[in-house]
Design a protein around this ligand. Structure first.
Ligand code: ADP
Ligand code: MG
Length: 607
């Protein structure tokens, strides 16, 4: 018996359409791109029920004639291309003339559109690919198109839509990406009648970020500094500073030659730049633009052009990680070296002519990992940092003296005297610029991390009288076996013992009282997680993680009592350690309560 039948044209179209527009977010993308192609400067997106009930885009673009308003829903109807030869010259998004035709097959459509130089517009309603109404209408120039009840006629597709939250998140994310990509366009997003984003035309990405991320870190965004000379790509944009983080990667946007792309390795490279700053499992925010000669990138590997392949991905990734790292270091060091926070209350308190002059902008602060904050028993010749502090202090004193009821505290500017230990966790240091508080565990973690990083060959090791035995499953043992040299390189003598045990016979002195079973098991976990990275990358990552772990285990804990000598030693070591502003997990090692803040709290100055 013959089984093959031809589908009716209508059924075939429904199936094909479902492939072009699988989800609400795809429709939103096609519609907004049409508006951009039509030269719109204002685009408003209305959404109901995450797009399942309504997706409506209103623009002030060129509009369509009554004939075009009908024509645009016909398959392969486009104003953007007449022959395949035009393809190379094209600078519009659309060209296939498929989007509107597909939408007409999967939703109920209403269209209102008018060209600039005519009095009347056209209103059109479409259901199941048929025009059910067309009439002249009085309306604004531009196009207002709505897709109602998505997949109302294809229940199987409707079932595959995800939850409202997921579909909405994707729409909101796409909307933001378009806002970043076209800052000159006024975009609005309205969901269930409520305005979610209103972004008037902006002259910079910084302004866009303020419009979009007002409640999600806009104040913590800093400009990405990139002096990358090795790659042909130019990298620019903004990233969050060390104080902002979130638990997902949803606030990371990448644009390659102005096209929004989703690329896992790009975000991984960016996150890598935060390695010493953000704890594991926390992610930054960023909006990064990569401009690269077109012969070094293939942006068309994905049918919706969301993915990208670089000819030299490693160079781009390295350039991103490096720029991020440098930007953060620069930012952190300038924050910590300028202990004065010009808080709004201070600004408003200081009369115009008495406000401290802004710091000279040409002061060169030393890079973070060459000259960290310096703990000084004896004042040393003034470096740039001291110059800044002094000049502020002078200004501050004169400011204080202006106030009849307050006096400048005497002798509070002596540098670096340890006052004591607070809560068996924090070292308190009186400094000329205020009270400096150091977290003893974070500080020692950093010291040991750098020590293990650079000088493990010189580290004294001790043989254990009772070797440590670590039991593992045979699978885990074979998983970790190729990586055991990482432990030996860090002074831990470790070997397989039978099918399911490891034996540790000597360790660095710092680790002699530490149980290493957790560390080994943690390493097995890391290897398991990283199944898609190359072996050499995994080696590097593990090396760093292992050192951070060793440093953490060996470091003094919060709650350990320290005497004066031990505290002095710790601070001296910290001063001589690179990257000493944070611990390897990204927590700060120290924190300054500046004299001005103290004064303010006691209402000696300010309101
Ligand atoms: P494509 O964008 O590939 O040409 P579409 O199906 O998206 O295909 O659109 C078909 C045609 O409809 C476009 O070529 C354009 O002429 C017209 N069109 C669609 N949306 C708009 C709009 N918002 N403003 C003006 N014209 C539009
Ligand atoms: Mg289109």
């Amino acid at each position: 018996m013959n089984k093959i039948k031809l589908l009716t044209e209508h059924e075939a179209q429904k199936i094909a359409a479902g492939e072009v527009v699988e989800r609400p977010v795809h429709i939103v993308k096609e519609l907004i791109e049409n508006s951009i192609d039509a030269g719109a400067t204002t685009i408003t997106l209305h959404i109901k029920k995450a797009g399942k009930q309504l997706i409506r885009v209103v623009d002030n673009g060129c509009g369509m004639s009554p004939e075009d308003a009908r024509m645009c829903f016909v398959h392969h109807a486009t104003s953007k291309l007449t022959s395949v030869d035009d393809l190379m010259q094209l600078n519009t998004f659309g060209f296939r003339g498929e989007a509107l035709a597909s939408m007409a097959a999967v939703g109920k459509i209403t269209l209102i559109t008018k060209e600039a130089d005519v009095a009347e517009g056209t209103q059109l309603a479409i259901e199941k690919n048929e025009v059910i109404e067309q009439k002249p209408v009085a309306c604004q120039t531009g196009t207002d198109i709505a897709i109602n009840d998505l997949f109302y006629n294809i229940p199987a597709r409707r079932k595959f839509l995800r939850t409202d939250e997921t579909e909405w998140r994707q729409i909101n994310q796409l909307f933001q990406a378009l806002c970043f990509d076209y800052p000159h366009i006024h975009f609005k997003l309205i969901s269930e009648g409520t305005t979610v984003h209103n972004c008037p035309s902006a002259d910079s990405i910084a302004t866009r970020i303020t419009q979009l991320w007002q409640h999600t870190g806009a104040q913590q965004m800093i400009e990405l500094k990139s002096d990358n000379k090795q790659s042909a790509a130019t990298i620019s944009g903004m990233i969050s500073n060390h104080q902002y983080s979130r638990y997902d990667r949803n606030q990371l946007y990448f644009f390659v030659n102005k096209r929004w792309v989703k690329n896992y390795t790009l975000s991984r490279a960016l996150i890598k730049g935060y390695m010493n700053v953000l704890p594991q499992g926390k992610y930054p925010a960023g909006c990064i633009f990569i401009d690269i000669p077109t012969d070094l990138v293939d942006i068309n590997i994905h049918p919706r052009k969301e993915e990208v392949q670089f000819l030299n991905p490693r160079t781009i990734e390295r350039a991103i990680s490096e720029s991020v790292k440098q930007t953060l270091e620069h930012n952190l060091s300038s924050q910590i070296k300028q202990p004065v926070a010009f808080s709004p209350s201070y600004e408003s308190y200081a009369p115009e002519q008495q406000r401290p002059a802004p710091f000279p902008s040409d002061i060169e602060l030393p890079p973070l990992n060459q000259q960290p904050w310096v703990y000084q028993e004896q004042p040393e010749p003034f470096g740039p940092q001291e110059t800044i502090t002094e000049s502020f202090e002078a200004q501050q004193k004169s400011l204080i003296n202006e106030q009849p009821t307050t006096t400048a505290p005497e002798n509070s500017f002596a540098a670096g005297r340890i006052i004591g230990q607070h809560a068996l966790t924090y070292i308190l240091i009186e400094r000329s610029d205020g009270l400096f508080v150091v977290d003893q565990h974070a500080a020692q973690e950093r010291i040991l991390y750098e020590l293990f990083a650079n000088r493990f060959k010189d580290l004294a090791t001790v043989s254990l009288i009772f070797p440590q035995m670590i039991s593992l499953s045979p699978e885990d043992l074979s998983l970790i076996e190729p990586y055991l040299s990482l432990f030996t390189d860090n002074g831990i003598a470790i070997e397989p013992f039978g099918q399911d045990q490891l034996i540790i016979s000597s360790t660095p002195v710092h680790l002699k009282n530490v149980s290493l079973a957790d560390m080994v098991k943690q390493a097995v976990g890391w290897i398991n997680e990283q199944s898609d990275t190359s072996p050499e990358q995994l080696f590097q990552t593990l090396h760093k993680k292992l050192r951070a772990q060793m440093a953490c285990k060996a470091a003094v804990k919060a709650g350990d009592s320290l005497d004066m000598q031990q505290m002095e030693q710790l601070l001296r070591d910290l001063a001589n350690t690179p990257n000493n502003l944070t611990c390897p997990h990204g927590r700060p090692t120290g924190w300054l309560l500046n004299t001005y803040e103290i004064e303010k709290r006691f209402k000696r100055i300010g309101k």
